[in-house]
Design a protein around this ligand. Structure first.
Ligand code: CP
Ligand code: NVA
Length: 305
């Protein structure tokens, strides 16, 4: 029997596997409207969310349906989990009733326990530590417009400790691009690899960058720090100044939701909105291909074509 595949971290895929996923995602995008029931036919996938979501929930629910499966959305507040039922028991029960779990939660450890006890594939739909589906899809979005990301300079302006920034920092080593983070020192990246640097200077981070990226200053779960963070990050906005020092053909991405005139200026968001909405749309196509990979049917589908 083949070992189970999970996608708990961006480190769970190799560059080669990511490239297969991107190839399939492009096909899914080109052939939108054509159902691909082969991949998840007769399967039920549970989405367990402990935090709010627009894009991740929507894209995964649509993805599962377009691949022939049923998506079952469960707000964790409605589950016995919220009354302290052990994860081990919850995961065992899910594993006996559904074919896979897509989970958004606080702790990465909780996700790992679901993977250990569920005996079904588990996908990380965001934890405090990582947002791998977002970054995998963002790399696809970058390459769709500009070609290979290898060797490029990517600037991340904002909270270098947040889930999205961490997945970018881990991805830098897999895809061999340079990630330059501009943040207050307390928010420098905790990820230590030769492809990541930190600076307090937005200008230095964005100089000659091919992609400028930002995320909210206050991630979900950190709401009580919002006021403090608004002060700490007030000098860390992505705006026209950053674009001026970047590469001429620089892209500007935001994972969304975006707060105008906080982490990104309203002017820059408006100017780059089309690319940012396409970035959001690509979550659907990439996650369809990711699901195909997780259930072990991606290689077969590419070989049979
Ligand atoms: N970017 C993203 O994951 O958005 P949601 O929080 O709306 O899912
Ligand atoms: N860092 C953000 C990402 C939202 C998609 C958060 O965790 O709230």
């Amino acid at each position: 029997m083949k070992p189970l595949r999970h996608f708990l971290s961006i480190k769970d895929i190799s560059e080669k596997e990511a490239r297969l996923i991107f190839k399939k995602a492009s096909e899914f995008k080109e052939n939108r409207g054509k159902k691909n029931l082969f991949f998840l036919s007769s399967q039920t996938w549970a989405l367990i969310f402990r935090k709010p979501s627009t894009r991740t929930r929507l894209s995964f629910e649509v993805a599962v349906r377009e691949l022939g499966g049923e998506a079952l959305f469960l707000n964790s507040q409605d589950l016995q989990l919220s009354r302290g039922e052990p994860i081990e028991d919850t995961a065992q029960v899910f594993g006996r009733m559904v074919h896979g779990i897509i989970m958004r939660t606080f702790s990465q450890k909780e996700l790992e326990l679901f993977a250990i006890y569920g005996n079904i594939p588990v996908i990380n739909a965001l934890t405090d530590e990582e947002h791998p589906c977002q970054v995998l899809s963002d790399i696809f979005s970058y390459e769709e417009k500009r070609g290979s990301i290898e060797g490029k300079k990517i600037a991340f302006v904002g909270d270098g400790c947040c889930n999205v920034a961490r997945s970018w920092a881990l991805a830098a080593e897999i895809f061999r691009f340079h990630l330059s983070i501009a943040a207050p020192p307390l928010y420098f990246s905790p990820i230590d690899n030769p492809f990541v640097t930190n600076t307090t200077s937005i200008e230095e981070a964005c100089q000659d960058a091919s992609l400028l990226y930002t995320d909210v200053w206050t991630s979900m779960g950190k709401e009580e720090e919002m006021q403090k963070r608004q002060i700490e990050f007030s000098g860390y906005q992505l705006n026209e100044q950053a674009v001026k020092v970047a590469s001429k053909d620089v892209l500007v991405f935001h994972c969304l939701p975006a707060y105008r005139n906080k982490e990104i200026s309203a002017e820059l968001f408006k100017e780059r909105a089309e690319d940012i909405y396409t970035q959001a749309e690509n979550r659907l196509h990439v996650q369809k291909a990711l699901l195909a990979w997780v259930v072990g049917k991606l290689d077969a589908s590419l070989i049979s074509e």
